[in-house]
Design a protein around this ligand. Structure first.
Ligand SMILES: C[S@@+](CC[C@H](N)C(=O)[O-])C[C@H]1O[C@@H](n2cnc3c(N)ncnc32)[C@H](O)[C@@H]1O
Length: 292
């Protein structure tokens, strides 16, 4: 498999490009609006305010994408071991759903960063509505070089954001820098789980290029963490609970949107084909900053 097949290391991961991608995604969501009568298709292409893949206990489980995404957020929150008095950094915070959930469930204060100006505006609005803007703050900043001091956070989360950064070691190193000794990093990432069949490669390439991301190799993480002064707590392949069903749910929303708009293409693409790509994996990783 070559770099071009998986998009590894070839996409534009500049702050400007990724910021524009998510500004554009927000605009599309706003244009589509929210169908309040149908909670399986509510705004944001079915994701709700958690802009990441879902987690289902079994393929048969009757749970919509928004609820399944919230469940994955809760699994991440459990692993952060945060509580009242904790300070948590959310690298790639989206429109603030996970940070607000984290604060509501644990009492932790949260700083969220994203490259999208529009997402910051939306996340701040959501924090105000939730009455949490004293404890949950958002700003535009790059996860590779945040403006925060060394060892100033008890935990760091990167929920489905690191796949946009070509050199993942830069994000892990930044997380390690801002974490206090013993503090946890919890992240999710897309990885190359197995062979991608030749006929599946065009769909994968379209997804990776269109979304400006690459697949990691799960086997790279031990060295990457060690180099940053971190140790493993857990790495889980959650693909069977997540990827196929998420793509199917997204394809359903896309198809409905296309039908409603007279066949216009929607973003992101091409979900229906990706549902069959077993080699596209999803991992949940917990690591700890080693004691000084
Ligand atoms: C798929 S969304 C996930 C958002 C959020 N974590 C959630 O689960 O709702 C990816 C997010 O990562 C952010 N992101 C990607 N690369 C980034 C970087 N280098 N620095 C900061 N944020 C980044 C994007 O702006 C976007 O908010």
């Amino acid at each position: 498999m070559t770099d071009t097949d998986t998009g590894t290391g070839r996409h534009d991961d500049s702050a400007e490009a990724v910021g524009r991608l998510y500004d554009a995604f927000g605009e599309q969501c706003a244009e589509r609006g929210t169908d309040a009568d149908d909670d399986t298709d509510a705004g944001n292409f079915g994701f709700g305010d958690q802009l990441h893949f879902g987690y289902w206990e079994s393929p048969q489980e009757e749970l919509g994408l928004a609820e399944a995404s919230l469940r994955l957020t809760d699994m991440v929150i459990e692993r952060l071991a945060a509580g009242p008095g904790s300070r948590v950094l959310d690298l790639g915070c989206g429109i603030g759903g996970p940070a607000l959930r984290l604060h509501a469930r644990t009492g932790a204060a949260v700083e969220g960063v994203t490259l999208s100006r529009d997402q910051v505006d939306e996340a701040r609005r959501a924090a105000g509505i939730a009455g949490a803007d004293h404890a949950v703050r958002f700003r535009v900043a790059d996860a590779r070089r945040t403006p925060f001091e060394d060892a100033s956070f008890d935990a760091v989360v990167a929920l489905e954001s690191i796949m946009h950064v070509r050199d993942r070691s830069e994000v892990v190193a930044e997380a390690a820098r801002v974490l206090r000794p013993g503090g946890r990093l919890v992240l999710t990432d897309f990885f190359e789980r197995g062979p991608i069949l030749p006929e599946q490669r065009p769909a994968l390439r379209m997804l990776l290029e269109g979304s400006m991301m690459s697949l990691s190799r799960a086997g790279d993480y031990p060295d990457l963490l060690r180099a940053a002064g971190m140790t493993f707590e857990e790495i889980r392949d959650i693909s069977r609970h997540s990827t196929r069903r998420t793509f199917l749910e997204m394809a359903r929303v896309q198809q409905r949107a296309a039908a409603e708009s007279g066949g216009a293409a929607d973003w992101p693409d091409p979900c229906a084909e990706m549902a069959a790509v077993d080699g596209f994996g999803y991992l949940l990783l917990t690591a700890r900053r080693v004691d000084a």
